[in-house]
Design a protein. Structure first.
Length: 215
């Protein structure tokens, strides 16, 4: 099996958790990488399960392997926090707080069209904010103040489509010259997904306990 880098996040837990917790024997072909980016994937020249917007940056030399993808339907791990109701805000500078490119893209697509306020700036550097995008575990933790809006839900209502958060990408050269290696990656990821589906209640319970989330 060829090498496959996997974005290690709450969103990819359906694939990464069995590896973390020893539900399966460790595979030399799988590497979990927090905050995986297109730049790192290109540098390594490996197959990768990474954020869908990062995947776009690889489109000139990578192919989408459609056998495996992660999709959020009616709700998901990308939210916007505002100090008050979003419909009471006229304009805001939005803090991105180190969220992924995919989360940023969803925010850019939904905030004005769904919530109605004008975004006057996007900021990855300051703690002062009128609104903030949160992702992963941070998106599910309750806030002591302010309002939380589910951007995956907003995307679904606006578009009518689920949100593909992660895509499997493979170097075009590898697909052409070593299709069996790509097939091996697909088989391994599908096995992990099948395993977590069988143990999904255990997965949800454990994640809630690990992250201090309400189930």
């Amino acid at each position: 099996m060829g090498l496959c880098l996997i974005d290690h996040s709450l969103t990819t837990a359906a694939i990464t958790y069995p590896i973390e917790r020893g539900w399966v024997e460790p595979s030399e072909g799988i590497e979990l990488v927090p905050g995986l980016t297109a730049e790192l994937v290109a540098e390594r020249g490996a197959c990768a399960l990474l954020g869908s917007i990062d995947a776009v940056y690889l489109a000139d030399r990578y192919a989408v392997v459609t056998d495996v993808a992660l999709v959020s339907h009616h709700n998901g791990p990308i939210i916007v926090w505002t100090p008050g109701r979003p419909d009471e805000i006229d304009h805001a500078v939005v803090a991105l707080d180190d969220v992924s490119r995919t989360a940023e893209a969803v925010a850019r697509a939904t905030l004005t069209h769904f919530y109605g306020f004008q975004v006057t700036g996007w900021d990855r550097t300051t703690d002062e904010r009128d609104a903030a995008v949160r992702e992963g575990a941070a998106a599910f933790r309750p806030s002591d103040s302010g309002h939380i809006g589910d951007l995956v839900r907003a995307w679904f209502i606006l578009s009518g489509f689920p949100l593909p958060t992660h895509l499997l990408m493979a170097p075009r050269e590898l697909v052409e010259r070593e299709p069996d290696a790509v097939r091996g990656v697909v088989d391994q990821l599908q096995h992990l997904l099948s395993l977590t589906n069988e143990r999904r209640r255990e997965l949800r319970r454990n994640l809630a306990e690990d992250l201090g989330l309400d189930r």
